[in-house]
Design a protein around this ligand. Structure first.
Ligand code: ZN
Length: 514
C-alpha cells in the first residue's frame, strides 16, 4: 500500500468522524434554538436530558481514539505546541482541517465526559433559573445554580491547563490562540481612548433627544420593516429564518439553514431594528462560507471575535450610519407617521447614536458598550481564579459599574443578572464582543478604501458590493485561517485599537460638534 493511499484512507476516516460530529452538533443546535424560541416552559427538564445526552455523544466523537491515531499516522504533532504542526505536504483546506481537528481533539480529550454532560445538564437548568431570578431581580435565587456551574467551568479550566492565567483556556475556546494578557493590553489602550472620547462628548454640552424612540410603534409594522431591511442586506430566506426570542441570537442548523432571532418592543423602536441587523451580520457570515468547507469543522467563524466583527459592522458602521438612514428613514416614517411626525432624518440619526452611560449592555451606545465588556472581563477573571466568590458578585459588579460608568444599578436585574451568558456556563465569551468592535473598525477601514463610494451605494439602498467584499475577504474563508492571520491578510496588520478609536472620534465628533 503506497504512502499516498494510506494518507487518503486516514483523511477519509477523520472526515467521517468529523461529519458525524457536525451532524450531532446541528441536531443539538435545533434543540437549543427551540428552547429559546417556542419550547413550553415545563419542557426544560426533558430538554436538559436530551442536550446532556447529545453533548456526551458529541464528546465521544470529537475525542474518538482514532482521531489521535490517524493524526499521528499523518505526521500531525499536536501534544506539545499550542498550534498543532501539520506536515508541509498538506496544503490549503486539508491543512486547515487537520490543524483544527487536532486542536479540538487535544482540547476535548482533556475534559472528562462526566464534566461535559454535567455542564450541559446544569446549564440547561441554569438558564431557566436565571430567567426566574432576573424577573424578580433576586440574585440569591440564581447564586446557588451559578456556583454549581462556575465550579464545573473552573474544573474545565484546570483540566485544560494553563501557564499564565486560568482564564486562558476558557478564552481560547472562543478566541483560539489569544491570551488573557494580550486582551488585557488591548483593552487597557481602548479604555484610555474611550475615557478621553467620553470626556469630549460630555464637554461638548450638546444633548441629544431620544424621547421619540419610546413612543408607540406597532409590532406588526416593526416586523415588516425588519424583513425589508434583511432583504436589502441580502439575507437569503431560502436558507434561513427570522424568529423571536427573549435574547436575539444566530444559530446554524445545517449548511443551508441559518436561524436568526430578534425581539420586539412596542415602546422602544431601536431594540428590534438594530437587533435584527446585528444578527443579520452573523447570519450573512455563516451563509457566506465557501462550499469547500460545507459540513466540516471548518464551517465556523474564524473566532467569536471575528464573528462579532461581522455583526457589529452591519449593526453599527452600516446600520447606524447616516447613509443607511438616508435610504431607510423615509419608508420608516411612512410606517409610523404619527410617532415620527416631528422627527427629521438628522434628529433620528443622532437619537439612535446618542452616547450616554446606561445600565444595560445590549442597549448601550457604541462608545460606552466597551466599558460594559471591560467590567465583565475583570469580574470573570476574578471568578475563575477564585479571587471573587459568587456571593460577593453583585457588590463587585456595582462597584465596577460606578468606577467605569459612574452609575449605581437600582437592582440586580439592571445589574449583575442582566446577561444570559453565565447561566449557560460561557465564561471567556464577553471579551469577544469588544474584540468584534475592534476587528469591525479595522476591516471597515480597509473596506472603505476598496469601496470608496460605499456611502453613495448605501444611500441608494444597494448593499451588493459591500456584501461581495465581505464574502470575498472574510466570509468565504470560514475557519481556514486563524483570526489573527485573517486580520493581517485583510488589513495588512494585526489587531490595532487605533481604528475603532478613530472611527468613534470621527462619528461622534460630527454628532457632538467637536
Ligand atoms: Zn453578536
Amino acid at each position: 500500500v503506497s504512502e499516498n493511499s494510506k494518507n487518503s484512507a486516514a483523511l477519509q476516516r477523520l472526515r467521517e468522524i468529523d461529519r458525524e460530529y457536525r451532524l450531532l452538533s446541528h441536531a443539538a443546535a435545533v434543540l437549543h434554538w427551540d428552547q429559546e424560541t417556542y419550547m413550553p416552559e415545563a419542557a426544560v427538564r426533558d430538554r436538559a436530558e436530551q442536550l446532556s445526552l447529545l453533548s456526551g455523544l458529541m464528546h465521544d466523537r470529537i475525542t474518538h481514539p482514532q482521531i489521535g491515531e490517524q493524526l499521528t499516522a499523518l505526521g500531525v504533532a499536536f501534544e506539545q505546541d499550542p498550534v498543532p504542526r501539520v506536515p508541509e505536504t498538506f496544503r490549503g483546506i486539508e491543512r486547515a482541517f487537520l490543524r483544527e481537528l487536532a486542536r479540538q481533539y487535544r482540547r476535548n480529550s482533556k475534559i472528562p465526559r462526566r464534566v461535559v454532560t454535567e455542564l450541559a445538564r446544569q446549564t440547561a437548568i441554569g438558564q431557566r433559573v436565571w430567567v426566574e431570578a432576573r424577573k424578580t431581580a433576586q440574585f440569591n435565587k440564581f447564586s446557588g445554580q451559578l456556583a454549581v456551574i462556575l465550579a464545573l467551568v473552573r474544573e474545565v479550566s484546570s483540566c485544560l491547563g494553563f501557564e499564565d492565567h486560568p482564564y486562558d483556556p476558557l478564552l481560547d475556546e472562543f478566541e483560539p490562540w489569544l491570551k488573557t494578557a494580550e486582551v488585557g493590553e488591548v483593552f487597557a489602550g481602548l479604555r484610555e481612548g474611550l475615557k478621553r472620547l467620553l470626556d469630549r462628548i460630555k464637554g461638548s454640552g450638546k444633548t441629544v433627544d431620544t424621547e421619540y424612540l419610546s413612543r408607540t410603534y406597532e409590532l406588526e409594522k416593526q416586523k415588516s420593516f425588519g424583513l425589508r431591511v434583511l432583504e436589502a442586506l441580502g439575507f437569503d430566506f431560502k436558507r434561513g429564518r427570522l424568529d423571536e426570542s427573549a435574547h436575539p441570537f444566530t444559530t446554524t442548523l445545517g449548511s443551508d439553514d441559518v436561524r436568526i432571532t430578534t425581539r420586539y418592543d412596542d415602546r422602544f423602536l431601536p431594540s428590534a431594528i438594530f437587533g435584527t441587523i446585528h444578527e443579520c451580520g452573523h447570519g450573512l457570515y455563516e451563509l457566506g462560507f465557501d462550499p469547500s468547507v460545507r459540513g466540516t469543522l471548518l464551517a465556523e467563524g474564524a473566532s467569536l471575535g471575528l464573528h462579532e466583527s461581522q455583526s457589529r459592522m452591519m449593526e453599527n458602521m452600516i446600520g447606524r450610519s447616516l447613509p443607511f438612514w438616508t435610504h431607510f428613514y423615509p419608508p420608516l416614517k411612512r410606517l409610523f407617521p404619527d410617532s415620527l411626525a416631528d422627527v427629521d432624518l438628522r434628529r433620528f440619526y443622532e437619537g439612535v447614536n446618542r452616547v450616554t452611560p446606561s445600565f444595560i449592555r445590549v442597549e448601550a451606545d457604541e462608545v460606552t458598550y466597551n466599558l460594559h465588556i471591560l467590567l465583565r472581563f475583570e469580574l470573570e477573571k476574578q471568578l475563575i481564579s477564585g479571587e471573587l466568590a459568587v456571593d460577593d458578585l453583585p457588590a463587585a459588579w456595582n462597584a465596577k459599574m460606578e468606577e467605569l460608568l459612574g452609575l449605581k444599578p437600582p437592582d440586580d436585574a439592571k445589574g449583575v443578572l442582566q446577561d444570559i451568558h453565565w447561566s449557560g456556563g460561557t465564561f471567556g465569551y464577553f471579551p469577544t464582543y469588544s474584540l468584534g468592535n475592534l476587528y469591525a473598525a479595522q476591516f471597515f477601514s480597509t473596506l472603505k478604501g476598496d469601496v470608496p463610494d460605499w456611502c453613495k451605494q448605501v444611500e441608494r439602498g444597494r448593499f451588493q458590493t459591500i456584501l461581495a467584499w465581505l464574502k470575498e475577504n472574510i466570509h468565504k474563508h470560514a475557519r481556514v485561517y486563524p483570526a489573527r492571520e485573517l486580520c493581517t491578510r485583510v488589513t495588512g496588520e494585526p489587531l490595532n485599537p487605533r481604528y475603532l478609536l478613530e472611527y468613534l472620534d470621527e462619528k461622534f465628533g460630527d454628532i457632538y460638534g467637536f
